[in-house]
Structure formats: structure tokens, C-alpha cells
Design a protein around this ligand. Sequence first.
Ligand SMILES: Cc1cc2nc3c(=O)[nH]c(=O)nc-3n(C[C@H](O)[C@H](O)[C@H](O)COP(=O)(O)O)c2cc1C
Length: 196
Amino acid sequence: MKSSPSTPALDPRTLRDAFGAFPSGVVAVAASVKGQLTGIAASSFTSVSIDPPLVSFSISTTSSTWPLLREADHLGISVLADHHDAVCRQLAGPREERFAGLPFRVTENGSVLLDEAVATYDCSVHQEVVAGDHLIVLLAVHEVGGGGGEHPLVFHRSGFAKLHRDDLDPARLDGRINGAEVGSRESSHESKEDAA
Ligand SMILES: Cc1cc2nc3c(=O)[nH]c(=O)nc-3n(C[C@H](O)[C@H](O)[C@H](O)COP(=O)(O)O)c2cc1C
């Protein structure tokens, strides 16, 4: 959507701060491409579709890694665990050092999956959509797994955090998730699953 002529241009710093207010997890997107370990850290990962199974992440159009990674037949997505903060920084750092000393496995189709990830996905590129200074990469999901990790790493306001599970008091909520009445604990659970 175009902004009207009277709308002042959004300052990139202000926009970054607003984007940073939204918490996310972080994933490793990685593959062995022609025998070369290739990957990045990405906080833009999100689930997209159940049928067909699709997930997405966004990659900068200036990425020097994506032109290599997109050549992989299969890509591994590993949801980073809360002790993976240094791993995350390493995967976002100098290309030749990204996998140095990391515990990971390479599947027979070339996906690279980190040990102790909270969840893993075996994917292939389904579609790339140009979106401003990023590409939205849609990935077809072929297989999912538990990576052995328990709690996810959280990325918020440019920093790492842990998820502190402290479920909201139902008495202070409006009692509805997706329009469904949340009465008992069980029905609340069902509604959450439907909402996922
Ligand atoms: C927490 C975190 C999240 C990141 N998320 C993304 C992302 O979603 N998309 C992206 O293009 N780069 C993201 N990056 C940067 C990449 O990991 C990587 O540093 C960048 O792609 C530059 O390397 P390249 O030129 O080899 O691609 C993130 C970095 C960090 C530390």
C-alpha cells in the first residue's frame, strides 16, 4: 500500500523499534550445498499453512548466503533453544565460521539440523516472493521432528530472552479465543490448538 503524499516517510529507526516490539523465536536455516555447510539465523520464521504444509522466513535481498542456500534440494530448519544464544550469533556472523564447533547432523538429503533444537523441519523451497528489501521464502515441509531441546530462544527488542511460562489469569481475560468461549481448562486448551 502506498502512503499518501501528506504522510511523512517512516524513519527506519522508528520502524525497526516497532518491528522489534514483536517477539519471535529464532531458527537456523541450513543445508549442505555441494558439500559446503551453508546457513543463517532467522527470526522471521513463521508457520503458514497446514494443507499443504508450508512455513516461511524472510531473507534480505542483500544476503550473500541466500543465492547459495536456495540451490539446496532440502533445507533444515532448527528452532533454537534458550541456550543457543551464542549459536545464533555465530550463525549470523562470518560465513566461514558459522558451523565451527557446532553440534549438528546432516540428513541424507542435505538438510543441516542442530542438536538440541526445540523442533526441526525438513523443507524445500516452494516459492520466493519479492517484498521490498526482503524476499519472503515459502518452504514446503516434508518432515518434522523433535530436536531434543525443551525451551525456545526468544528474540525481542534486539535482544535474547527466555520464555517465562506464566499463563494469564482467565479471570482477567475476556474469555474468548477466536470467538470461542473459554470456560474450563480443557476447553481453553482446545481453543489454543484451534488458534495455532
Ligand atoms: C537474532 C537474529 C535474527 C536474524 N533474522 C534474520 C532474518 O529473519 N532475515 C535475514 O535476512 N537475516 C536475519 N539475520 C541476519 C542473518 O543471520 C545473517 O547475519 C545475514 O543474512 C548476513 O549474512 P549473509 O550475507 O551471509 O546472508 C538475523 C540475525 C540475528 C542475530
